[in-house]
Ligand binder design. Structure first.
Ligand code: EPU
Length: 342
């Protein structure tokens, strides 16, 4: 396997930031990952998947390792469905399309999410009423310290809203190499997320199918979310904050139209996009970056932004939302690397 030095990551992150990796390598097999881990010694390790949930600073010290393991296999089949294994380097959307073509139900609401299979459990990706954890069976991961493979079952992953054990107390300790999904022969349709029903109606769909739902999701996403090939972005930049019912009711007195989705433990999830739009940021441009015109939760790179410029914009937004609503927004994207001046 080749190890490159001073390697440009511009085409490896959907924000299109021209960051430079001190060392860069691509692993096509578990053996290549092990080879690289043995070589790296004390160097910093940054594991890269599809690059769709990161904000890179100018340089990434140590080794950037892109996981490119490919393959999709049926592990098991019974009357209810299939256990399907996908390797970490498979493109997420292509995997979803493959499953829809074969009639494996469960992933249709997660169509057109950027990124690779290996990153999907990290942040428990979710969209339109379905989260990865709903279709997840298990995964295999390599311990970066011992080089041993380990299987994680669903309950061991500690899935939560845009979070898992791999983002919390096992952060940096494992490289996910494959994921097993339990997919169904008799689909259970999830259409209650408002926009889907409206879209299916607009499409004139009479008979529901996993293909129809996937098409509806693709149409909604394409109408709201910018295509990274045209306008650099990393999807939702912030998480939707979860606040107490008391706090929500207080905000509701002043902002009667504030949307809120009830959560366990007397809490309410508020769409960060609504807060950011309400605060006047939607469509706003600051230099080389800005807030997307159709979805205020998405920050965009107009072409020449540095990671630091986008980070600063996000900090201004966090401060403004905190002073207007007393809510602390948390970034969903991971900030990686160092700015040149530091
Ligand atoms: N809204 C606004 N203004 C905006 C954007 C949103 O007022 O500019 C309000 C509207 O009230 C809307 C509500 O927010 O009804 C929800 O908006 P939307 O359905 O677009 O979803 P979201 O909460 O903004 C979340 C996920 C998305 C996922 C969609 C659909 C997070 C952080 N984001 O966004 O995930 O596609 O739901 O399920 O949970 C991603 O993680 O990268 C991502 C795109």
């Amino acid at each position: 396997m080749e190890i490159y030095t001073e390697y440009s990551l511009k085409t490896y992150n959907t924000f299109g930031i021209p960051a430079v990796a001190e060392f860069f390598a691509q692993a096509n097999s578990i053996d290549e990952i092990k080879e690289l881990l043995s070589w790296k010694k004390n160097k910093n390790l940054f594991v890269l998947g599809g690059g769709s949930n990161i904000l890179l600073m100018d340089k990434v010290p140590g080794i950037t390792l892109q996981i490119s393991l490919k393959g999709i296999e049926i592990i098991q089949e019974d009357n209810e469905g299939w256990l399907v294994k996908a390797y970490a380097g498979e493109n997420w959307h292509q995997f979803v399309m493959h499953c829809i073509d074969k009639g494996y139900a469960g992933l249709e609401n997660l169509s057109l999410i950027p990124g690779n299979v290996g990153a999907s459990p990290m942040q428990n990706i979710g969209a339109y009423g379905v989260e990865l954890k709903d279709v997840f069976h298990s995964l295999e991961a390599l311990n970066v310290h011992t080089l041993e493979s380990r299987v994680f079952l669903a309950h061991e992953c500690e899935f939560d809203y845009r979070s898992s054990i791999f983002k919390t107390h096992e952060k940096g300790n494992y490289i996910i190499t494959s994921v097993n999904f339990k997919l169904l022969k008799n689909p259970v349709f999830h259409t209650s997320y408002g926009a889907i029903e409206q879209e299916l109606e607009a499409m004139g769909i009479k008979e529901l199918s996993i293909r129809a739902i996937s098409d509806a999701v693709i149409r909604i996403r394409q109408s709201k979310l910018p295509d990274p090939a045209q306008l650099g972005n990393a999807g939702s930049f912030f998480k939707n904050p979860i606040i107490s019912v008391q706090h929500f009711n207080k905000l509701k007195e002043k902002y009667t139209s504030i949307p809120g989705y009830p959560q366990p433990n007397n809490q309410i999830k508020v769409p960060a996009g609504w807060l950011i739009e309400q605060a006047g940021w939607k469509g706003k441009r600051l230099g080389n970056c800005g807030v997307h015109v159709n979805q205020a939760l998405v920050l965009v790179n107009y072409g020449n932004a540095s990671g630091m410029e986008i980070l600063k914009l996000s900090e201004e937004i966090i401060q403004d939302i905190s002073s207007k609503f007393n809510i602390l927004l948390e970034r969903e994207v991971n900030v990686v690397g160092e700015a040149k001046s530091s």
